[in-house]
Design a protein around this ligand. Structure first.
Ligand code: HEM
Ligand SMILES: *[C@@H]1O[C@H](CO)[C@@H](O)[C@H](O)[C@H]1NC(C)=O
Length: 322
């Protein structure tokens, strides 16, 4: 086993130069739980049909899971006496991250079909893939390799360490992604997920409305009407991220970046270096090209820090360690 892993590292990684040695496999549950992916997809479809915003939440959930302790469903763990401050309660997740009930429903369905077989981490990855497919109207279509195990460690304090904030400049974004093995292009390509969903006013008002910013004047005026000057926990409305096509996962995000119609400093920052600005223009210009890159980048992100063997388990309930 150790020898074959070494051989894989030497041979496949040298030849393929990417993702070949993370131990994940397309169709991982083909024999042990053949309906697993279809069951997850059915729950995601039902939820997205009722509220497209939940689809946005599921795509973001994969990012937030993978950047903190790897893609191990650590973001799903509820507070307990033994661990009162899990990731879920960290500022980047609480109260904004949504979609947890969809994962619960999908887990219930796969547990019924094949008890103790499908990890919560794989369900999060499948759900992120399925939500991308649905919100892109089938243009982002890809296989999601599986075989992740669920982690047992989840700390709110690690969310702010590893998840870049909306006020990040380009060099902070690039180093946060590099710390997880992702490239400058991955920063640009994955940021395109901000063509769907919402943001709380508190995520951008201070940096982008109360201070001078390059946000386009008509959008700034509109946002000042929607957001209080000083959002609080009790008064923190949400606004649409992509005012042009709010529910479509598409390359409109890049057109918005160029038109300065984006909410965050981290979005606008993609124009602050020639190489990333060039990628933004290319993604805005060529229809269909971003969707393919996004699919690849999602697979790459979903392989971060995957747990195997003794570090992991297949949770019975996605909210609790076994
Ligand atoms: C590049 C660094 C990133 C920063 C700084 C960032 C920051 C944020 C912030 C502040 C919000 C709004 C949360 C709220 O106030 O409700 C948000 C929303 C969102 N983000 Fe990101 N994000 C980044 C990358 C990503 C990535 C890599 C993905 C997924 C591939 C992603 C997907 C989303 C989605 C879909 C939403 C909307 C969520 C919803 O409607 O519930 N983001 N992001
Ligand atoms: C980017 O932000 C980091 C962290 O806030 C800061 O240390 C750095 O100087 C900034 N870089 C640039 C180029 O502004």
């Amino acid at each position: 086993m150790a020898a074959s892993i070494k051989l894989c590292l030497l041979v496949s990684c040298a030849l393929v130069l990417a993702t070949a040695c993370d131990g994940l496999q397309v169709g991982y549950y083909r024999k042990t739980c053949p309906r697993a992916e279809a069951l997850v997809r059915a729950e995601v479809k039902k939820a997205v049909r009722a509220n497209t915003g939940v689809g946005a939440g599921l795509i973001r959930m994969l990012f937030h899971d993978c950047f903190v302790e790897g893609c191990d469903a650590s973001v799903l763990l509820d507070p307990t006496a033994a661990n009162p401050q899990p990731e879920k309660l960290g500022a980047p997740n609480n109260p904004s991250l949504r979609g947890y009930e969809v994962i619960d429903a999908a887990k219930a369905a796969v547990e019924k079909a094949c008890p103790g077989t499908v990890s919560c981490a794989d369900i999060v990855a499948f759900a992120g893939r399925d939500a991308s497919y649905l919100l892109s109207h089938a243009k982002v279509s890809f296989h999601m390799p599986a075989g992740r195990l669920d982690g047992r460690k989840s700390l709110a304090s690690e969310t702010l360490t590893f998840l870049p904030g909306p006020s990040s400049n380009l060099s902070s974004l690039v180093s946060a992604f590099a710390a997880k093995g992702l490239s400058v292009e991955d920063v640009v390509v994955l940021s395109g997920a901000h063509s769907i969903g919402r943001s709380h006013c508190s995520s951008f008002v201070q940096a982008r409305l109360s201070s001078p910013s390059d946000i386009a004047a008509p959008l700034a005026t509109q946002l000042r009407k929607q957001c209080p000057a000083s959002p609080t926990a009790a008064n923190d409305p949400t606004v649409t991220q992509d005012v042009v096509s709010p529910d479509a996962l598409d390359n409109q995000y890049y057109k918005n970046v160029l038109a300065r119609k984006v909410l965050f400093t981290s979005d606008a920052a993609l124009l602050s270096a020639p190489n990333t600005a060039r990628m933004v223009r290319a993604n805005a210009r060529f229809p269909g090209s971003w969707e393919k890159k996004f699919a690849k980048a999602m697979v790459k992100m979903a392989a971060i820090g995957v747990k195997t063997g003794r570090d992991g388990e297949i949770r019975r309930n996605c909210r609790l360690v076994n």
